[in-house]
Design a binder for this molecule. Structure first.
Ligand code: NAD
Length: 276
């Protein structure tokens, strides 16, 4: 029996990697999903995969940092499916340098995508959630458990060399989580964070010569990880390996299912036992 039948889920950055698997997982549990990605093609590909599996989804492409995006994103869920039950703030990327080489542009871009964008999306979601709850109470219905999951990183919990911008944003998102857990308890919304350790996506693929890059908003950015570091995971991580995007999505889905209806303001580390 699908556990999210009738629920409407918004997932940012779900054209690839972890976000894509979150969208597929929530759809497989019966949720209708609004798929967002900066890149149009991957967003449509995720929608297509959900539709082909018998689920329900639409795409809302565009950058989460664009002015007006948050309102458009929330409204697209209301227009297509009639409301909003689950928000997963996942979109993002890394743009690393040691602090003495980090530019203001680099700092701002990473804070904007990982912290300001989730804040704007949740701010835009508030009137819709409040209105739904008012209508449910007026009709004498039980207010269902709505869910927010913000994505962080072990870098946000323990810091990481070369990631002053990213670690600060990912630490900040835990403050946003805890604050909204307090503000939105009265709407029966649980707000939690999942902090990933090492998950195999294009951001973390092995790159011996440092030539792996991604294109984000007109910038070509170096990503990837030294293969020796990947090899080192075998000893650093109790489970002895990196995680898969499917496993990462499994951790996110825990906070979206009714089983977690009384769990809020928490940070779950999904890192194969890695301790911070
Ligand atoms: N992979 C890991 O080991 C790891 C570890 C800790 C945290 N995370 C976090 O998990 C999340 C997903 O990362 P991933 O590894 O799946 O990366 P990914 O690159 O595979 O997927 C991220 C997706 O987000 C999209 N995106 C980037 N900027 C965007 C923007 N401005 N607007 C809309 N979409 C945008 C990208 O186009 C991409 O499709 C990120 O927040 C990342 O920081 C990942």
């Amino acid at each position: 029996m699908a556990k999210l039948n009738g629920k409407i889920a918004l997932v940012t950055g779900s054209g690839r990697g972890i976000g894509r698997e979150v969208a597929l997982k929530l759809a497989s549990e019966g949720a209708s999903v609004v798929v967002n990605d900066l890149d149009h093609e991957p967003a449509h590909e995720t929608v297509q995969a959900i539709l082909e599996a018998g689920g329900s989804a639409i795409a809302c492409s565009g950058s989460v940092v664009e002015d007006g995006f948050a309102e458009r994103f929330v409204q697209s869920g209301v227009d297509a499916f009639g409301g909003l039950d689950i928000v997963v703030n996942n979109a993002g990327y890394t743009w690393d340098s040691v602090v003495q080489k980090m530019t203001d542009e680099q700092w701002d871009a990473i804070i904007d995508v990982h912290l300001k964008a989730p804040f704007r999306i949740l701010r835009a979601a508030q009137p819709v959630i409040s209105q739904q709850v008012k209508a449910e109470r007026a009709a004498g219905e039980a207010v269902p458990g709505r869910k927010v999951v913000n994505i962080s990183s072990v870098a946000g919990l323990g810091g990481n060399v070369g990631q002053a911008n990213y670690a600060s944003a990912k630490a900040g998102i835990t403050g946003l989580t805890k604050t909204l857990a307090k503000e939105w308890g009265r709407y029966n919304v649980t707000v939690n964070t999942v902090a990933f350790g090492f998950i195999l996506t294009r951001l973390t693929e092995a790159s011996a010569d440092g030539d792996s890059t991604i294109d984000v908003e007109g910038r070509t950015l170096q990503v990837g990880v030294n293969p020796e570091l990947l090899e080192g995971l075998k000893t650093a991580v109790p489970l002895g390996r990196a995680g898969t995007p499917e496993e990462a999505a499994g951790a996110v889905s825990l906070f979206c299912l009714p089983e977690s209806d009384y769990v809020s303001a928490q940070t779950l580390i999904c890192g194969g036992g890695l301790m911070i």
